[in-house]
Design a protein around this ligand. Structure first.
Ligand code: ADP
Length: 269
């Protein structure tokens, strides 16, 4: 591990002290490796649907040219693959935006209870189609908080959609809003939103890696469900921007609970 430490004396009228800059070269190398890994992953994720599309174009030009039934079937698959590319690009843009925003304090305020009611209403048809009962508890009143509305909608949309997609086999997804007088990790009053499902759960070794870009427990299943593997990475950056925390608990066979803790006040960034 290479480490460089620079100590600079600061002599401003209202401040006297020292600034310490620690440059960790091994960290730079790690960032470069992660960047390369990311580019390789993106290329692979884009190439998979593109290869399928090119294959079907060829088939439609050749063997299936005069087969109307096959043509319809292939066009459906092509539409699905194009949709997959579209979602991936939308999520990549989202990820890059939230990464850029992470160091900027959200300027607006939100009303968390209404925001949750909105997200649950939007996802109600998807839950009903999957035969999942989607309950929202504790969101009757008004909860004004500092925050970015669009980004927090994205957080809860992703978490509830995941709970329906992957945990929906349990038949019930429960979203609970709660006030905490003193949240020990955030060291102050906070709001907690938990999204709990009663699905198959996630094996413990996966939990610390779930918010990594493109990390999936079951890649095939995620693809089948139209997932990009970027949802929880986006969620993590948005929560960081709000100086909150994401807690993931899961038990095999019992289900999973994703809890977002948001501080009542966002300190200096
Ligand atoms: P994806 O687009 O694949 O859904 P996410 O980043 O949202 O990507 O989630 C990453 C992975 O975490 C998913 O592929 C899935 O394996 C796992 N996962 C997320 N939420 C749940 C859940 N509620 N129950 C079980 N597994 C989950």
């Amino acid at each position: 591990v290479f480490c460089e430490v620079t100590v600079t004396a600061l002599d401003a009228p209202d401040f006297s002290g020292a600034a310490v800059a620690i440059e960790d070269r091994s960290r730079d190398e790690e960032t470069e490796l992660m960047r390369r890994d990311f580019v390789a992953n993106v290329s692979h994720e884009l190439r998979t649907p593109l290869t399928a599309l090119m294959g079907f174009i060829e088939t439609l030009r050749g063997p299936a040219r005069n087969d109307a039934a096959a043509r319809d079937r292939f066009l459906d698959i092509m539409e699905r693959e194009a949709g997959r590319m579209n979602r991936l690009i939308a999520d990549l843009l989202s990820l890059s935006r939230v990464e850029q925003d992470e160091r900027r304090r959200p300027a607006q305020g939100i009303e968390l209870a209404g925001l949750l009611r909105g997200v649950v209403a939007t996802l109600a048809p998807a839950a009903a189609a999957a035969e999942v009962r989607l309950d929202l508890l504790g969101a009757e009143g008004q909860v004004p908080l500092p925050g970015d509305a669009d980004q927090l909608v994205q957080v809860f949309h992703n978490l509830i959609e995941n709970a329906v997609k992957y945990g929906g086999t349990g038949g019930v997804v429960t979203v609970t809003l709660e006030h905490l007088e003193h949240e020990p990790v955030l060291r102050g009053p906070a709001w907690s939103v938990s999204v709990a499902d009663r699905g198959e759960g996630i094996d413990p070794q996966h939990l610390p890696r779930l918010t990594e870009r493109f990390y999936r427990v079951d890649t095939h299943r995620s693809r089948e469900q139209g997932g990009t593997g970027l949802g929880l990475a986006i969620v993590k950056h948005i929560i960081n921007r709000h100086r909150g925390r994401l807690r993931i608990e899961s038990h095999r066979g019992e289900g999973s609970r994703f809890t977002v803790l948001l501080p009542q006040k966002i300190g200096r960034i």
